[in-house]
Write a protein that binds this ligand. Structure first.
Ligand code: NAD
Length: 363
């Protein structure tokens, strides 16, 4: 079956890793018609806006996008193009697998975890009140009145909304994902003992949804502080973790660290009908145009995309090829070599070539 996919090269090293991923996906033989659109600095230069409507329209039309990282401009009113895309398209689930591949340096072996992070609420909604502003002072006075608790007048405030609707939706997504990918357990991670009305609500929603999957998928609860220690000490005890936005952000980086770091950490932002696949890492500006950065995270995001498109054979083929190249450790970028100045390290595009060569060997 032929698929249409929006392709967003991104900023900084984005175009290099996104092209590597696109070439590897194509090498699997899956028929894809790519529609290339630009967002970020290139779009600002060309069209005067960081996120042209055409980008969102293209994703809405094609339903699936492969996206390189986009830099967030420092200063100015725009928070982040990446966050804006997720919000505009209702991509409420952030999926971040953390899987060990032999050949990648790490203190752990055989890890196969998936982080499912709520993407729309929590402290990330950007509802903030700056220290000293009249509205901040008014709000502090109001909150003190209702809570009967003291807040220092020289405080800033960030608001943490967590709803039953979004909590149920993300936990349901986690259980459905676990079912589909033949996983065994979902662990809901919160700080419900302290934030009873936000994290407590999330946990309550998780418990309710878990009942619908009783006998099919195990359910477990954990506190985020303890979970951080458990993940470092016994990461093999966990399978799928579902978390509110902030904890999800932090623990997904922790889990990326368990399997070798940002260079190998893929990701996806998924909604009810649309999905954008992108690496966890950013645009690493200092490496722009050097053909140096590791394309693995972006290529593994391509694997996630193929699975989403129900092209499992192609996904297996690509993942196997990536795993072989990583295991051999020959045609890999500098960061995957035991010694970072190893002269035998290859560039981004050459690593993609090696992966494509392995795929071709499978036919
Ligand atoms: P970053 O992830 O871009 O890079 C930090 C460092 O991590 C790099 O300097 C490099 O040493 C290492 N690194 C990252 N990716 C790597 C790879 N593929 N291979 C090898 N090493 C790699 O983080 P940053 O410097 O904090 O952010 C740069 C820009 O990217 C910012 O503007 C930020 O807002 C943006 N960003 C975008 C996304 C996204 O598009 N989803 C995500 C995170 C950050």
């Amino acid at each position: 079956m032929e698929h249409k996919v929006t392709f967003i090269p991104g900023d900084g090293i984005g175009p290099e890793v996104a092209l590597a991923a696109k070439r590897c996906v194509e090498a699997t033989g899956v028929e894809i018609i790519w529609e290339e659109v630009i967002a970020g600095q290139n779009a600002l230069d060309k069209y005067g806006e960081l996120l042209p409507q055409a980008v969102l329209d293209s994703i809405k039309k094609n339903k699936v996008a492969l996206k390189g990282p986009i830099a967030t401009p420092i200063g100015g009113g725009f928070r982040s193009v990446n966050v804006a895309i997720r919000q505009a398209l209702g991509l409420y689930a952030c999926l971040r697998p953390a899987k060990s591949y032999p050949g990648v340096k790490s203190n752990y072996k055989d890890i196969d975890l998936v982080i499912i992070r709520e993407n729309t609420e929590d402290l990330y909604t950007g509802i903030e009140f700056e220290v000293g502003k009249p509205e901040t002072k008014n709000l502090i006075t109001e909150i003190e009145k209702y809570s009967k608790k003291k807040i220092l007048m020289d405080s800033g405030l960030s608001i943490k909304p967590i709803s039953k609707t979004a909590s149920r939706r993300i936990v349901k997504f986690a259980f459905e994902y676990a079912l589909r990918s033949k996983r065994k357990k979902v662990t809901a991670v919160t700080k419900a003992n302290i934030m009873k009305f936000t994290d407590g609500l999330f946990l309550e929603a998780a418990r309710e949804v878990a009942l619908e999957y009783a006998g099919k998928i195990q359910f477990e609860e954990a506190l985020v502080d303890n979970m951080s220690m458990q993940l470092v000490q016994k990461p093999h005890n966990y399978d799928c973790l579902v978390l509110p936005n902030l904890y999800g952000d932090i623990l997904s980086d922790l889990c990326a660290g368990l399997v070798g770091g940002l260079g190998v950490a893929p990701g996806a932002n998924i909604g009810d009908t649309l999905a954008v696949f992108e690496a966890t890492h950013g645009s690493a500006p200092k490496y722009t145009g050097l053909n140096k950065i590791n394309p693995t995270a972006m290529i593994l995001s391509g694997v996630l995309m193929l699975r989403y498109l129900k092209e499992d054979k192609a996904a297996d083929r690509l993942e196997k090829a990536v795993a072989e190249v990583l295991r051999e450790g020959k045609s890999v970028t500098y960061d995957l070599k035991p010694n970072r100045d190893d002269p035998s390290a290859v560039g981004t595009s050459e690593m993609a070539d090696a992966i494509i060569h392995k795929i071709q060997g499978q036919f």
